[in-house]
Design a protein around this ligand. Structure first.
Ligand code: BTN
Length: 269
């Protein structure tokens, strides 16, 4: 799609979309990173419900300082949230977003599941990644930028060999293309639904639904945190979103954030 066509079509689509949550949109043909732009907007006061969308990204960002390869055919967007909840509730936001993405993919009769905390996978391969970046004063959150990358119709051969080996796309799973705008609409409706539950403090419901859609619990996993690498059985996720890991020496470790690898597929995650 040519630059102006994507931008014009997407802007027209968003204008007609009747989603209360969406307040303002910025659409680009190619951007370094929608998260970077959304953070700049958030810092200068952009309101909750602002969305940044790009057709492609030159410097897509992933978790743990990785890059997110973003050729055409993917969904690349960032949402600005100002949740107005205390800091200890924000670790639940990745669960909210992962649920919205998973539910959207499931509407295509594809079984997507979540690897703690928020990787969305189909048949053991990653189909979507989520990166949350926030700023706050330690007590309250100023903003959260929710970045979402989804391999909708990405030609997997355009990804580097390493990423290709552990990725899939909706196109590859379905063997037919999916309408970009229909997908976006379903996602926004789903996100609005789960975010409303979160805003109304339905934290237990978010965790319960997340558990119903995750395949992490019960698995032997290796989790790399900022400071250490832990191994054990993922026994539960508590009401704050901590992963409870039962280690070989009988301890239960609580992990707030980390990179989770499934032990039976360490080469593929
Ligand atoms: C991950 O490492 O799994 C998270 C990947 C998040 C990628 C998305 S694409 C849209 C948004 N903009 C970015 O630069 N990153 C996120």
């Amino acid at each position: 799609m040519k630059e102006s066509i994507f931008v014009k079509k997407t802007e027209a689509f968003l204008k007609k979309l009747d989603i209360d949550f969406l307040k303002k949109s910025f659409v680009f043909d190619d951007l370094d990173s929608t998260n970077m732009t959304a953070k700049d907007l958030a810092k200068t006061g952009a309101e909750e419900g602002t969305v940044v969308i790009a057709r492609t990204q030159s410097h897509g960002r992933g978790r743990f300082e990785r890059s997110w390869e973003s050729p055409e055919g993917g969904v690349y967007l960032s949402l600005i949230l100002r949740p107005g909840v205390s800091c200890e509730k924000t670790p639940l936001l990745p669960f909210v977003v992962a649920l919205a993405v998973t539910k959207t993919i499931n509407t295509y009769r594809i079984h997507a599941s979540i690897k703690w905390p928020n990787d969305v996978r189909v048949n053991g391969r990653k189909i979507a990644g989520i990166l949350l970046e926030s700023e706050g004063d330690g007590l309250t959150i100023n903003y959260v930028v929710v970045g979402i990358g989804i391999n909708l119709a990405v030609d997997l051969k355009r990804l580097s060999a390493e990423i290709q080996a552990r990725s899939t796309s909706l196109l590859d799973e379905l063997h037919h293309p999916v309408d970009y705008y229909e997908f976006l609409k379903t996602f926004f409706i789903s996100f609005e639904h789960y975010y409303e539950i979160f805003q109304k403090q339905g934290y237990a419901k978010i965790i319960d639904e997340w558990k119903a859609h995750s395949d992490t619990l019960g698995k032997n996993v290796r989790v790399k945190t900022m400071t250490e690498t832990l191994q054990g059985t993922a026994v539960d996720v508590d009401q704050s979103g901590f992963l409870l890991l039962w280690t070989a020496n009988g301890e239960t470790k609580k992990i707030l954030s980390g990179d989770c690898l499934y032990f039976d597929e360490l080469d593929h995650t």
